[in-house]
Design a protein around this ligand. Sequence first.
Ligand code: HEC
Length: 98
Amino acid sequence: MTLSRMTPAALMAALVAFPVAAADPGKMLAQACAGCHGQSGEGLGSVPDIRGYDRAFFAEVWQDFREDRRPATIMNRIARGYTEDEVAALADYFARAE
Ligand code: HEC
């Protein structure tokens, strides 16, 4: 089930059940990155380490991926799937990741 398909009541129940996700939306969103970048963003194989990534640079890199200005095998497609608020939450999360 996706968040957008949830009724407000179901969404509230989910937020109450997962206070960590509510308090740190970046942590929840980062689960989608863990399969490739590792649980804390430490990088796996040839996938880059993104722990402690500079917030402003993250936003810049993300925009470059979206607009195909940065070489990418997969991040160009991934970057298009996130809203500005989600990108800001991810930038904040990985800036703090260690
Ligand atoms: C399917 C695997 C995969 C997933 C999922 C994925 N990444 Fe990536 N990521 C890569 C690869 C591979 C690169 C290197 C660029 C490329 O080839 O696309 C990369 C590069 C990056 C970079 C640039 C690092 C640098 O300085 O060169 C950032 C930032 C990044 N990813 C963030 C994320 C975030 C945030 C998520 C989750 C929303 C995510 N990635 C999900 C595979 C992935």
